[in-house]
Write a protein that binds this ligand. Structure first.
Ligand code: NAG
Ligand code: NAG
Ligand code: NAG
Ligand code: NAG
Ligand code: NAG
Length: 237
């Protein structure tokens, strides 16, 4: 016996009903994006993040935020970041690498990149370079710490790659440079101050929220929903 859902006309009907149900639900649920996400001292996270009672369409698909021991975290390009500061109005997003939070040793080497995302580095940053798995007897810098397995991490201020090491670049605020250049061992503290990011759609989203709307991502695109008819996917626009 042929299952009914394989019959072409039934499949089309099934598809249409599913499509109508999903658009109906979406048109009524976009107001969920008015919910904010709070964790520890970071309160009222909105677009571009989703998580908790903010469904996935309330933020960029890859920016799901979770709360671990009162610290909000998200992952981008294989690196998990802690959110240290957030202010939607002033576009303040301060983050720090979770894997380097209290330890300069790493087991997997991922540099700090937001390529392919809506994030951009703030202008007041400078890099520190961490060097791992150096395949030379000449230390690349004078500053190092021992890690496990007899390995070491070398570090320096600035972006200085060495071809015989694996380089990981991490931004710090320029305001930390004086401290770190005075005492390179304070690099861990500088990493815990974090660095700033700005993000695309910032003006659009603030304008949207100021006018009583909510920011959503529909079909991979940023949109502003003020009411059902202005909301993409409602079938009314
Ligand atoms: C967080 O959101 C709530 C509810 O909208 C609001 O009452 C509160 O003032 C907000 N707090 C901050 C710091 O923005
Ligand atoms: C941005 O957030 C960080 C971390 O909370 C804070 O230290 C900094 O003062 C904030 N900057 C502005 C301009 O609000
Ligand atoms: C860095 O610049 C951003 C704006 O681009 C500003 O909000 C932030 O306060 C600055 N932070 C420091 C530590 O200078
Ligand atoms: C830090 O290094 C990364 C990777 O090379 C680079 O994209 C970024 O522009 C550098 N940032 C600064 C402030 O030099
Ligand atoms: C979102 O909440 C604000 C403040 O509570 C309200 O003015 C606005 O109408 C709400 N927007 C939507 C789309 O529900």
């Amino acid at each position: 016996m042929k299952p009914f859902f394989l019959h072409p006309s039934c499949s089309i009907l099934f598809f249409l009903v599913t499509f109508m149900i999903s658009t109906y639900v979406f048109a009524n649920d976009y107001t969920n994006c008015n919910n904010t996400y709070s964790c520890g001292t970071i309160i009222n996270l909105t677009y571009p993040f989703w998580g908790g009672n903010r469904p996935d369409y309330c933020g960029e698909p890859y920016l799901s935020v979770s709360c671990e021991s009162d610290v909000p975290k998200f992952s981008v390009n294989s690196v998990t970041y802690r959110i240290l500061g957030w202010d939607m109005k002033t576009q303040n997003l301060t983050v720090a690498r979770d894997d380097l939070w209290d330890n300069l040793c790493l087991t997997s080497y991922h540099t700090t990149t937001f390529d392919g995302t809506i994030f951009h580095f703030d202008n007041n940053l400078t890099n520190v370079t961490l060097l791992y798995d150096c395949r030379s007897n000449n230390p690349p810098t004078g500053n190092s710490r021992s890690c496990s397995d007899g390995k070491s991490v070398y570090y320096a201020l600035g972006s200085s790659g060495f071809e015989y090491c694996t380089s990981v670049f991490v931004p710090i605020f320029e305001s930390q440079v004086g401290t770190v250049s005075g005492n390179i061992n304070l690099i861990s503290q500088a990493l815990q101050v974090g660095f700033g990011l700005d993000w695309e759609n910032y003006d659009e989203c603030n304008t949207c929220m100021d006018s009583g709307g909510v920011c959503i991502v529909y079909d991979g695109k940023f949109s502003c929903c003020k009411d059902e008819s202005s909301c993409p996917g409602s079938g009314n626009c």
